[in-house]
Design a protein around this ligand. Structure first.
Ligand SMILES: Cc1cc2nc3c(=O)[nH]c(=O)nc-3n(C[C@H](O)[C@H](O)[C@H](O)COP(=O)(O)OP(=O)(O)OC[C@H]3O[C@@H](n4cnc5c(N)ncnc54)[C@H](O)[C@@H]3O)c2cc1C
Length: 142
């Protein structure tokens, strides 16, 4: 990990609070997105793709957004080198950004999700507590 090796302003990047904050935020957001994807896959297994339309749109927004954010933070930690051809980071960033358009623009997925939510057509039938509980996989804590 570059943060453990690179020294800037007299300290290892890994020892700087700002960098630790970037690392922690990235870990949290990656795990959130991963769980969202796994839950969506579970919903597709249970109800088919049509039944999980909101979640499918949601992960198409969430996952590439997390990717662009985390890659941008990584570029930040690498400094100018992160934008050079010495690393593939700028290339990775561009492709993560492509996914936010190529598989449907974020705005279009969000519009779909909002319409499903407003029309009570999500699997939860809205955001009430009882409906949320019914979306929890059996055998798992709510
Ligand atoms: C690398 C790449 C690969 C692709 N692969 C495929 C493929 O395999 N199959 C395929 O069918 N298409 C593919 N596309 C096309 C892709 O789905 C479209 O580029 C995308 O849907 C946006 O359409 P558009 O380019 O016509 O932009 P526009 O429709 O002009 O949209 C421009 C912007 O306007 C906004 N916008 C547009 N419509 C709405 C709306 N209804 N509500 C809110 N905001 C809106 C969004 O911010 C959007 O980014 C690919 C595109 C790229 C770049």
């Amino acid at each position: 990990m570059i943060a453990k090796n690179r020294v800037a302003f007299g300290a290892r990047l890994a020892d700087q609070g700002v960098v630790q904050d970037l690392i922690a935020r990235s870990r949290i957001e990656i795990d959130q997105a991963r769980l969202y994807v796994q839950r969506t896959a579970w919903l597709i297994d249970q109800h088919g793709a049509k039944g999980a339309r909101s979640e499918i749109g949601g992960i198409k927004v969430a996952a590439p957004n997390v990717a662009t954010t985390v890659i941008a933070r990584t570029i930040e930690v690498f400094g100018g080198a992160g934008l050079s051809d010495d690393t593939p980071l700028a290339y990775f960033y561009a492709w993560a950004r492509v996914l936010r358009i190529a598989d449907g623009p974020d705005a279009v997925h969000r519009r779909t999700i909002a319409r499903l939510e407003l029309n009570g057509k999500t699997l939860r039938g809205g955001a009430g507590p009882a409906a949320l509980a019914s979306a929890v996989p059996p055998g798992r804590p709510a």
